[in-house]
Unconditional design. Structure first.
Length: 367
């Protein structure tokens, strides 16, 4: 009970005692009515104040509910602690920590401007304003990427690694001998599934805008797919799902493989059908190809094709509907509600021709 009301009631009882000892019945009645009126007024005031507090509490709760703290955009910082012998610059955006190699192992550092371009693509793929996005599904994606409590790799945040050229361009090769750069701690404590290569030295055409864009999109897709999707329902990993070969991902992959849409020869042939480790390798490529074609990005490939790895008959959403309907179902259920589609002109503005060591001359990241 409110202290004011308690005090008034005590005073009322004391007054009654005094009145009863020396006053008439009318006086007693009058005084009781006065004191009761005062108590009722005080009670009314307290109830009004309580109502105001409840309204303010409701507003605070509503504001708390509508706040989305998972969308976090950081600036470029120096790497400190684990991994800093090799990775020198980093930026974190929407659950993904992007770490770029410095001037180490005989290789020049990845420019900050390219690091920003990678970060911008992660930002665009996690844009909540995209019309296909289900807000709760994208929030779960970002929380999963960040290794938040309750996600399947909680406590193990996602890292997107970025280096220059290729592994063999570093002496020693940091992928084969990570201990040479004291990388064991960062590798073991984070979910790091893929690399983005700046001016990839293993192929041709790098320095051309579309080629550079396709490189970044492919490997950012790898990272988001492998550490952000609903791995339990998809049955992505055998350590999460002993029946991994009965999930919707496996079924979509097998349909594409059996129908000649997807050729997994470069990923161990058909070993993925029975070997869970090879299944992880193959699914990474299948998910990228499916997502790339459903987003209608194939004009970024050289000559618009990736045949024979992916059939030209399935380069568009219409082609996938006809030739890999289980893939279409998978995309609509697991990818489209969570991963946003930036349009091709936006991507081409970020990646333009002419980048042979200075990304600033070949498009602005917009980050």
């Amino acid at each position: 009970m409110n202290n004011k009301i308690s005090n008034k009631i005590s005073l009322l009882l004391l007054s009654l005692l005094v009145i009863c000892c020396g006053n008439s019945d009318d006086a007693i009645s009058s005084r009781v009515e006065e004191e009761t009126s005062v108590v009722e007024e005080e009670t009314s005031v307290v109830e009004e104040e309580t109502s105001v507090v409840e309204e303010e509490t409701s507003v605070v709760e509503e504001e708390t509910t509508t706040t989305i703290p998972v969308y976090q955009k950081g600036g470029i910082l120096d790497v400190v602690g684990a991994g800093s012998e090799f990775y020198k610059r980093e930026v974190t955006i929407n659950g993904v920590r992007i770490m770029a190699a410095g001037n180490v192992g005989g290789q020049a550092a990845v420019p900050d401007a390219f690091l920003e371009k990678v970060a911008r693509m992660v930002e665009l793929f996690t844009d909540p304003s995209n019309e296909s996005i289900a807000p709760d599904r994208q929030i779960i994606l970002i929380e999963t990427l960040s290794g938040a409590p309750g996600t399947y790799h909680q406590g193990t945040p996602t890292v997107q690694r970025v280096a220059r050229g290729g592994g063999d361009d570093y002496s020693p090769n940091f992928l084969r001998t990570p201990e040479s750069y004291d990388l064991d701690d960062i590798n073991d404590s984070t979910f790091n599934n893929d690399m983005v290569w700046y001016l990839n030295s293993s192929g041709e055409g790098f320095g051309k805008g579309d080629v550079d864009a396709a490189e970044v999109l492919e490997h950012v897709f790898h990272t988001i797919h492998m550490s952000g999707l609903d791995a339990i329902r998809l049955k992505q990993y055998s350590y999460l799902s002993g029946d991994w070969a009965s999930g919707p991902l496996y079924s979509a992959m097998k349909e594409a493989y059996d129908g000649g849409v997807w050729d997994s020869e470069g990923y161990g042939g058909d070993a993925w059908m029975t070997d869970p480790e090879m299944f992880e390798v193959a699914q990474k490529e299948y998910l990228y190809l499916l997502n790339f074609c459903m987003f209608d990005y194939t004009m970024l490939w050289e000559n618009g094709t990736l045949s024979p790895e992916w059939s030209d008959s399935a380069r568009t959403p219409e082609g996938i509907l006809e030739n890999n309907p289980l893939g279409l179902e998978l995309f609509n259920e697991y990818i489209a509600p969570a991963i946003s589609r930036p349009d091709v002109p936006t991507i081409r503005d970020i990646f333009q021709d002419g980048d042979v060591g200075d990304p600033t001359v070949a498009g602005s990241s917009g980050y």
